[in-house]
Design a protein around this ligand. Sequence first.
Ligand SMILES: Cc1ncc(COP(=O)(O)O)c(C=O)c1O
Length: 507
Amino acid sequence: MTARVTQRRANALEHRDMSSDASERQASVAQHPREPASAAEEAAFSAAFAEFLRAYPTYATTSKLDELRASEYWRLEERGHVYLDYTGGGVHADSQVRRHMEMVRASVFGNPHSTNPTSAFATALVERARARVYEFFNASPEEYAVIFTANATHALKLVGEAYRFESGDQFLLTFDNHNSVNGIREFDRVRGARTSYVPVLPPSMRVDEATLNVFLGMAHQAGHNLFAYPAQSNFSGVQHPLEWIERAQQRGWDVLLDAAAFVPTNRLDLARWHPDFVALSFYKMFGYPTGVGALIARWSALAKLRRPWFAGGTISVVSVQADQHHLAHGAAAFEDGTIDYINIPAVEIGLDYLDSVGMDLIHERVRCHAGWIIDRLLAMRHANGLPVVRLYGPRSGRMRGGTVTMNFHDARGQVIDHAIIEQRATDRMISLRTGCFCNPGAGEIALGLSRDEIVTCFGTAGGHMEYEDFRRCIDGKSTGAVRVSVGIATNFADVHAFLSFASGFRE
Ligand SMILES: Cc1ncc(COP(=O)(O)O)c(C=O)c1O
């Protein structure tokens, strides 16, 4: 480990006094390139940056984000981090937390659902945040309900548990889905509905449109049909077409759009697209607060759901003796118990922040960074000409986001265990992610694991199976991959640091 890396780790682990003046700290933070360790590294950095600007000339228009990196995200430098896990979670701006803390410190919040002054105050702030969500996604309150949830998973579960699956009904989903969508199959299974998966095809990891049309043609005409897919894959970065929404609806499907990985760097316009249900987590968009997400649902789709229970906050009237209840109207019927009324107002602050930066700017920045990572990784070769990295997902910037997934191979073509990559990255203070990222369907297809192999391995487990047992069973093949993802606060120095790290695997 170099002295610089050792120092970075020490900085990250040390709990320093963070109360010094922010502007002083900003002044000490370089505008974009992280300070190179040697003259040779500096020269390599400058050459790479010049080449990058030639390949992606529009990058120059995103320099505002370099300024924000210094003023809002200075702690990445100060703590020595190369953060490349934006699909895992966003990074918050300093001013978001400051604004929220000022509000919290100056206010007296009461539990909502009452008319007392502190309760009414908290309710008003929550409703302001709700109105801001409508505005941000350009959703009409006549068409959509905005329901605050704990995260995207909670939003997906609200739909799954209340969707009226019956015998003969269908749950259709793409292989490429997060486990929080896959898990809905357990609800439809116990009610006698059928789950079908539309495959994605390697190496692009996209869906064949003709195949999708065949599946969409299988809706149970008199029944309930739910089609779920991610607007952007958290595995491959593929953006699946939003045009599918209307096509599926015309063929009798209710559409559940998992927008968790899409909305941090893309505008989702709900006046243009009309999915029945949208699930998202706000921390993925702007890092703070965690613990708040949303289900944005069309009123017409919501009316078809049957909540399996009621809870505090969700009913208008309930009686123990009469054994009856009436659900509340609107979003309240789906917001179980006490909502996170201190953190929800921070959602308004986060959305204001994103708007002040500009979603188009963020999108462009991410396009350039992801494009450069892909270009350089594809060009990276061992001395014998074999590739260092195998990419899973689109190689061009068309219809893809800032998530890039790969495996590293040695000069004999053998895959290098992703656990080794993660350990070495950690030694260099690079936060990337390895495994299957809770997206087993995309992982199985990308890694070429057949159904038979997987079923056999599940069969060898006596009772309970751990991931390590599975890894041992799928001998000789990788059971996971390495993912980097760029976002709002990424700068070229982060990208360059990862590419230097990757080139260290060249033999
Ligand atoms: C595409 C996608 N869907 C759903 C989720 C689940 O989000 P959460 O863990 O915030 O509920 C994630 C999280 O990574 C995701 O990437």
